[in-house]
Design a protein around this ligand. Structure first.
Ligand code: ADP
Length: 228
């Protein structure tokens, strides 16, 4: 096993910090930091659907907006939505959907805004972990929390939670995962790059184990707010 650039063990995630209730005007909110990647999520709703014709008489409409700020990366990023952010908004929504009892809220909409204020790889996963905590903080009826982290294949080794430096190594592949720990269900599994078939099982197992660790941190942050 080769040494990781920042000296972490293969199954060691970056330092994680999680907090709920960070946006006073939102119905629910959360901050999730993993290493230098920071996601802030705000949930608004359930509220009336605008425009009205988009409302569903059977269930709530979930809307997700992912935005990476200009100053979040070393070289200023062009502000505003682009193809990547539109795709990631959809990916985040699909990862969260199985966890929410949408039928509890017919004719309404739930908006989830996630801002990446600092990016060092793994932003979609940090966004999902933050958004799920914010949904719970908003009191939305949920089956489970969604916990997310990326597993990868760097220099022929399966490793957890790549930072940007590792992501940029030639031949690296990256598997963002999201998981509902109590339901034991994967809600997001992507693969960016190539990965030897025999390593895939090992990678997914490490991903699940790490999502379970993320879940403990999310749970602790949610409990902290309500015991204070
Ligand atoms: P993720 O953030 O989920 O890993 P990507 O693989 O698309 O998603 O991006 C990897 C990393 O590349 C980001 O976390 C960020 O550090 C960097 N990055 C992405 N888009 C840009 C951009 N437009 N400008 C500068 N850096 C970017």
């Amino acid at each position: 096993m080769s040494e990781r650039p920042d000296g972490r063990k293969f199954d060691e995630m970056r330092d994680i910090e999680a907090k709920v209730g960070v946006i006073k005007e939102a119905d629910g909110s959360a901050m999730f930091r993993i290493g230098k990647t920071i996601a802030i999520a705000g949930v608004y709703g359930p509220r009336k659907v605008y425009p009205r014709h988009l409302e569903d008489p059977e269930k709530a409409v979930l809307k997700c907006y992912y935005d990476m700020y200009s100053f979040s990366v070393p070289e200023r990023k062009r502000p505003g939505p682009d193809r990547r952010s539109i795709e990631l908004s959809m990916v985040i929504k699909n990862a969260l959907l199985p966890s929410i009892f949408l039928k509890e809220y017919p004719k309404s909409q739930i908006d989830v805004f996630v801002s990446i204020i600092q990016a060092d790889a793994g932003t979609r996963c940090a966004a999902i972990s933050a958004a799920s905590m914010a949904l719970a903080d908003a009191g939305i009826a949920m089956k489970d929390v969604v916990s997310s982290v990326a597993v990868g294949h760097v220099n022929n080794d399966v490793v957890i939670d790549l930072n940007k430096e590792e992501e940029d190594i030639e031949g690296t592949s990256d598997i963002p995962m999201a998981y509902m720990p109590r339901m034991k269900k994967i809600t997001l599994l992507q693969l960016d790059g190539k990965m030897p078939k025999e390593k895939l099982k090992e990678a997914i197992e490490l991903g699940i184990k790490s999502c379970e660790k993320v879940y403990e941190i999310q749970k602790k942050a949610l409990k902290e707010k309500y015991t204070k």
